[in-house]
Write a protein that binds this ligand. Sequence first.
Ligand SMILES: Nc1ncnc2c1ncn2[C@@H]1O[C@H](COP(=O)(O)OP(=O)(O)OP(=O)(O)O)[C@@H](O)[C@H]1O
Length: 416
Amino acid sequence: MIGNHLEEKNFYNNLIEICESIANGNYEYAKQLFEMTNFNNYPKPIARLAESFGLMLVKVEAREFHLETIIDQLRQTQQDLIKAHQQLKDENAELKQKLHQKFSFQNIIGKSKAVLNIIEKIKKTANTPFPVLLTGETGTGKEVIANAFHYSSIRANHPFIAINCSALPKDLIEAELFGIEKGVATGVDKREGKLVLAKKGTIFLDEIGDLSLSNQAKLLRALEEKKITPIGGKRPIPVQARIIAATNKNLEKEIKKGSFREDLFYRLNVIHIHIPPLRERPDDIPLLIKFFLENTCKQLGLKVKNLTPQAKQALLNYSWPGNVRELKNEIERAIVLSDTETIDVKDLSEKITISQENSNPLQLMSHHNNLTLKEAEKILIQQVLESTQGNKTEAAKRLGISREGLRKKMKRLGIS
Ligand SMILES: Nc1ncnc2c1ncn2[C@@H]1O[C@H](COP(=O)(O)OP(=O)(O)OP(=O)(O)O)[C@@H](O)[C@H]1O
């Protein structure tokens, strides 16, 4: 009896110790103790209790094991995440580096005085907070210049956001630029304005001449107060981005017409860069041709093609009304169409070969046997006037005669 009693006491002691070990998280010891205790010698209720206790221990062990597996998995996932994070960081840095290389002023191709002056101006003013106004015909490279401003400045690690002010209706542009609060109209979600999203970066407002008068007023306020209020918003939000605006319109004329605000013009025009059309900087054409030949061939995995002297001359003689964009497209087209490694005149578009043939009255006459010198001269003058959109000063310059000389010729040849 006493022996039994002692055994029972032992049993309870063991049980308590097992419980304590479990409570302290010492499962291994609890398990050992459980295995060492012979429960079969005890009365049935005690043996059953021990059995269920054993089951509990197994469960705890299983849970512990499971937890450990989960913890291991989590540790592994964390490691993977750290690795992925580092990889993304490296890739991001590499992409940023590429963007800097691709868009900083080193990539403005040209050696004309005009382009060199522009590069100089960017270097001097890139790190200032002042707004920039870029003017020039379509395709002259206004966006290229805006990128160069951003990527060669301290803003380079912040966003560069471009918005085309003529691409969207007035209300959408307003929401894009200044943002909109949730519920302003049914189903409208809150959207941050691009002026705010650009953070400490740059916002490029292309075709600013097409911005509505009401949005011009809002933009002026943003420039003056450095804050914007979203549509339906109550509290103004600070704007830190630098504003670069561009247009191919003559804003002074637009001001006279009443379609552009004079005060906004002066606010934007703090740093003004005018990019002359390509025909006024022919020195840049050979460099641009070389650049586009190399770049496009590389992209297409081709050996870099070259041009016959005649093809090069034809490209130099053309007036490029679509400017650098048109030249780039022409080179890309010629690369694809030419069967050999050398691009010849036949690989160029008709507009360029025709203009080349017609670039002097004698050539025109040789191509059209029945033309008189007077007729050839008339055709030539008409074509040049067409390419300058009727600008006589420019046409006279291209023809190598005075404006007065051109006027007299036009009168004599009956050109209106
Ligand atoms: N100086 C340059 N060096 C290299 N590429 C140029 C240069 N100028 C323009 N380009 C190229 O010509 C094309 C047109 O340039 P961009 O879009 O900057 O012109 P844009 O003046 O902004 O035209 P738009 O007024 O129509 O918006 C682009 O592919 C651009 O890369």
